[in-house]
Design a protein. Structure first.
Lengths: 239, 239
DNA sequence: GGTTGTGAAACACTTCACAGCC
DNA sequence: GGCTGTGAAGTGTTTCACAACC
């Protein structure tokens, strides 16, 4: 959902940048997770075939993806797990810490706050915010929930660069506007709305209901295609 | 994350099917949500430009997407909101009900169980299951949590066709195997693992940590590219 | 022998631009 | 005049298949 980047230009020189394809970027975290698994099991070296299988892709795609980062493998041997973990982490920006604020502390916000893989890999939750005063003050996963009035202060004091929006739909856009005005340039949106943001701000959307609808489409196709009555007054015409 | 469908073949005839592009399918739910919003506001007719803007895409893409469903617009006028809602719903399989089971009732499972947009649009949650006996028996969103021992029984008795897996990573694959063995052919996976499923089963993955890592990549690039020390013993060589 | 890295081909998706229709 | 529907062009992604290398 982030604005598609075609031939990204360097903001300073205006020249085309090295540029890793967006599709590749989206898979690097998957490779990274598989590599961590291998590392934990004491595996030192892995072939593209093995790693691809652990990541659920085919080996040609894996090799092409990794080739965008550099030549980090050894022909006839494979990839050194630890070295590759480091290179992918670095490329993804996980060798530095990113400060996150979670806005909206309902069930979902709580689930996110308590999510382990979060803090572990370079993401630090610096604030939990909610507009509901009966939630403000609660202690969750070692943090105290603060009121959304404090949003600008918290973003600036902690240097938040990623905002996670887990509010009801109606609250999302106004909060997003404030977050962006306060300097945040990356937003992860769980609210079921399309957020409007200025150029230069990245938004990614996670939407349960959309995922279910996509599954329903395929499920229906397995079962033999669309069925259903037309609403009153309409005549069915297949093009 | 569902297996990419290139030139889908009809399971019976083996001939190529009408086939709506996967990228289009993924956007139909977004259009549908925008259309519901327009309908609620009493809008009867909408142009591709207006609808595209509400959905966060450009109008050429919207028109191309809709053209895959049929010719449902009127030149010089636009699209009739209600009729389009119906056609998209039908195409997505939302004119029939889908029975869902949620497996894993931690914070995330609770958030999913309580998600309104769920029940409203053709998805009925028929079961909440957990392996933790201290959770089993709790009442959540009008349902009683049952033990995962009951998984096969619940799937068969209620005719579950979509399983939502919201368990810890280690539990996901075994539960997925059981779910598939019981006849489920669509899985929505929130656990941070790659699920292996047989041909014919669709899996979609939602992964918070991956989304954050993709945002971190773009955030880092805005800030001027990767930084970081190499681990001991490595020499940096740019291809 | 085994495995990577990569041009080239195949495929998928997006955007353009305008004919066709209301 | 305005807006849809769509071929054609442009762009991005995946897969193939093999040369290069260990």
């Amino acid at each position: 959902m982030s604005p598609r980047q075609t031939n990204p230009k360097d903001p300073v020189s205006g020249l085309p940048q090295k540029g890793i394809p967006e599709a590749t970027v989206a898979r690097l975290p998957v490779y990274l997770r598989a590599l961590h698994g291998l590392k934990d099991r004491g595996v030192a070296t892995v072939s593209s075939e093995e790693l691809a299988s652990a990541a659920g892709v085919n080996s040609a795609k894996l090799r092409k993806d990794l080739s965008h980062l550099g030549s980090y493998g050894t022909r006839g041997v494979g990839y050194e797990v630890e070295y590759l973990v480091y290179q992918i982490s670095r490329e993804l920006g996980l060798t530095q810490d990113w400060v996150v604020a979670i806005i909206g502390v309902g069930n979902l916000g709580r689930a996110l706050a308590g999510y382990g893989g979060f803090a572990s890999r370079g993401f630090r939750v610096a604030g939990l915010l909610d507009a509901d005063s009966s939630i403000v003050g609660q202690h969750i996963s070692g943090l105290t929930v603060e009121h959304t009035d404090q949003l600008e202060t918290i973003i600036k004091d902690h240097g938040v660069s990623i905002a996670v929006i887990a509010t009801p739909a109606a609250a999302a856009q106004p909060l997003c506007d404030r977050v962006v005005a306060a300097g945040v340039t990356s937003v992860l949106n769980f609210a079921p709305v399309v957020l409007n943001v200025p150029e230069g701000v990245d938004v990614r959307k996670v939407d349960l209901s959309i995922e279910l609808q996509i599954l329903a489409f395929h499920e229906q196709r397995k079962a033999g295609g669309p069925v259903g009555e037309l609403p009153n007054g309409y005549i069915e015409v297949h093009q």
